[in-house]
Design a protein around this ligand. Structure first.
Ligand code: SF4
Length: 280
C-alpha cells in the first residue's frame, strides 16, 4: 500500500518537506490537526491588518489608520478558533495585542504605503507545471514606478542570518515563478519584509534563479512521490522540533506513526460517508 499524494505544492510545503519529511507527511498527507500558536496567530492578525490598510486610498494609508485596521482585524479574529484556542488570559492578551501594534509601527519604518501601487492583495495563484499543481498566496503584488511587477511577502518572525537568506527567498522565488507562468511577465523584484527587525531582503529573479526554482520543485515532487510509494517519510530531528506539533506521532520522540495512519483513514472514511448518502 502507498500513501496518497498531496494535491499540490506550496512554498510552505516545500520548506516543510526539506526541513523534515515526516513532519511534511503529518501535515500535508495525514492532515493532523495543528494547535494554534501565539506567533502564528499574531502573524495572521498583522497580515489581516495590512490587507485592510492596502484596501484604503493611498493617501489614507497612515500609521493612525493602520491602528484602526488592526482594531478591525482584532475584532474579526476574536471569534476565530486560532485565537479562541490560544485561551490567553488578560495579561497575555494585552501582550499579544501590544506586540501586534509594535509590528504595525515597525512596518512604517520599512516603506511608505502611500507610494505603493498594489494590484493584488492576498492573491491566490495556481498553476500546473510538469504535472504538479503549484499553489501560493501572495501577500501583495504591486507595480513599481516602471510598471514592473513586484512580489512582497510580510514576515512577522525574526529575519534569518545570511546563511539562511537564500532558503527564505526560495518562497518568494516560487511566487515569482507563478506570476511569470500566469501573467507572462517575470517580476522585477521579490522582497521579504521582516517587520520585527525591521529589515527588507530583496532579490531580482533571473533566468538562472527561475530555472533553479523549477528544478528544485521537480526534485521535491519526485522525492515526495517516491516517499509516498514506499511509505517512507523519515524524521529529521533539529531545533525545529521545539515548535513541532506532531511529537506524539514522531518516533524520534517516542511517538507512533500508526496513530497518524489511523487518523488519516478515519478522516477519509468520514469524508466519504458525508458524500455518499446512506441507502438504508
Ligand atoms: S518532532 Fe522533529 S523529527 Fe519529529 S516530525 Fe516533528 S520536526 Fe520532524
Amino acid at each position: 500500500m502507498s500513501l496518497p499524494l498531496p494535491v499540490s505544492l506550496s512554498p510552505s510545503k516545500v520548506s516543510s518537506f526539506t526541513d523534515c519529511a515526516l513532519a511534511f507527511r503529518f501535515s500535508a498527507i495525514d492532515h493532523l490537526p495543528e494547535p494554534p500558536s501565539v506567533p502564528a496567530t499574531r502573524g495572521t492578525l498583522v497580515h489581516a491588518a495590512l490587507e485592510r490598510l492596502f484596501c484604503l486610498d493611498p493617501a489614507d494609508r497612515t500609521h493612525e489608520r493602520s491602528l484602526v485596521c488592526l482594531e478591525e482585524a482584532v475584532h474579526e479574529l476574536r471569534t476565530e478558533a486560532d485565537f479562541v484556542d490560544l485561551a490567553l488570559d488578560d495579561d497575555a492578551e494585552r501582550a499579544f495585542l501590544a506586540d501586534a501594534e509594535v509590528l504595525m509601527e515597525k512596518y512604517f519604518r520599512l516603506e511608505d504605503p502611500t507610494a505603493i501601487t498594489p494590484i493584488g492583495i492576498e492573491l491566490k495563484l495556481e498553476i500546473e507545471l510538469g504535472g504538479v499543481k503549484l499553489r501560493g498566496i501572495i501577500d501583495r503584488l504591486e507595480l513599481d514606478a516602471d510598471g514592473d511587477l513586484v512580489v512582497t511577502d510580510y514576515k512577522t518572525g525574526r529575519a534569518p542570518g545570511e546563511r539562511q537568506e537564500q532558503q527564505r527567498l526560495a518562497g518568494v522565488a516560487f511566487y515569482s515563478l507563478l506570476c511569470e507562468q500566469l501573467f507572462g511577465r517575470r517580476p522585477a523584484k521579490v522582497q521579504l519584509l521582516y517587520l520585527a527587525d525591521p529589515v527588507a531582503i530583496i532579490s531580482t529573479p533571473t533566468d538562472r534563479s527561475t530555472k533553479g526554482v523549477e528544478r528544485k520543485l521537480a526534485a521535491v515532487w519526485a522525492a515526495v512521490e517516491r516517499a509516498c510509494e514506499r511509505e517512507d517519510f523519515r524524521p529529521n530531528p533539529s531545533k525545529l522540533c521545539d515548535w513541532c506539533a506532531f511529537k506524539a506521532y514522531c518516533p524520534s520522540f517516542g511517538g507512533q506513526v500508526a496513530l497518524a495512519d489511523a487518523y488519516r483513514i478515519d478522516r477519509e472514511q468520514a469524508r466519504q460517508a458525508a458524500q455518499v448518502p446512506s441507502l438504508v
